[in-house]
Design a protein around this ligand. Sequence first.
Ligand SMILES: [Zn+2]
Length: 446
Amino acid sequence: MTADTITAADIRINARWLIPVEPEAVVLEHQAVIIQGDRIAAVVSQAEADRRFRTRETIDLAHHAVLPGLINVHGHAAMSLFRGLADDLPLMTWLNDHIWPAEGAFVDEAFIADGTQLAMAEMLRTGTTTFSDMYFFPEIAAQAAHDVGMRAQISFPLLDFPTAWGSGPEEYLSKGAAFIEQWQDNTYITPAIGPHAPYTVSDEPLTQAVELSAATGAPIQIHLHETQFEVVDATGKNGQRPVARMAGLGLLGPNTQCVHMTQVNDEDLRAVADSGAHVIHCPESNLKLASGLCPVQRLADAGVNVAIGTDGAASNNDLDLFGELRTAAMIAKVVAGDASALSAHQALAMATLNGAKAIGRDHELGSLVAGKLADIIAVDLSDPFLQPVYDPASHLVYSNHGRAVSHSWINGVPQLQDGKLTRIDVADLMLRVDSWKQRIRKQQAQ
Ligand SMILES: [Zn+2]
């Protein structure tokens, strides 16, 4: 009889239930996740872990489901400071009369630092470990995420008109190129290119964005086919639907994330599927702004990778990705006219592995597999609202909300312990948020 070799490691997480996402659609019981440094060293039964590993720390999660950290692939983090400022308005009125004027008055480096931290506090509290951001002062947002140790894809803004961050396309692109160079090899930050939308960026800067992406490998994220108005208006002006125009400019490809896509005809579907571009579904923002519904099942059936995002907190109005998943699963069924559309396991994959694919990091994120980065969350299923447990995957999508998330790790570093954030001083953050609220309310009252 030969004894197993004992391997030393850092952390052992004992999970009552484990949903690794790979292999797909399975729930394992009484598993252990072993973390060494920033990586997952092994996912094995607790009995095997006893034989093979000695860790300096063991965390027993006897009533919990453990799964990969969630990936929120679209948002405008600092807009959390505008949460609830203007509601019940159609997209263009909301943007023209409320959001853009408020941004003009307040968005600066301090606003981005505090607003991004507020968004991260909410996302970490509710199970997100990687988020995507498209907003102004990307260098400040990237630094804020890096300081907390949260993973993020940060895209720099590209628009035809001036903003607080730049005078126009030329300056956005030159500052953006420097931003990409600065963060390119960072494990936490994926720098990206964020042309706002086809109706706010003209052909030449879009072509330059494609060239910058080709030269650096940086992903492109763009709002696309968000509303019927956008598509009808563009077709009238250019004689082309925006998806066709983007395809013609070479903007659609495996390194491009198309956000929203509520308007999809057969040609659009073919163009997106053939290009290998990803679709980022933001169901609650689409519902709240009455933008339309993304045909998730039709896209998935055509082979399109569909990931999920909350959009900014000003149009959602929360960043709880578990809540978003529940909404996504419900409306996918209505849109498809089929209750089997977007199953619970498919929804969980959409918020993890599909998100990792969309940002080009599925080789190291999105599932609990040995060798991947240790981005892990645990959800406490012992509360009455999650009892009894027949199928944890069902609960996570249909019954849960993000506040049941009890623990998380990013790069093997604890971010949430028993529901408490470890790396953000919430009391201090609340003082800064309150001060922003006073200033913004005063300006709105004028
Ligand atoms: Zn958006």
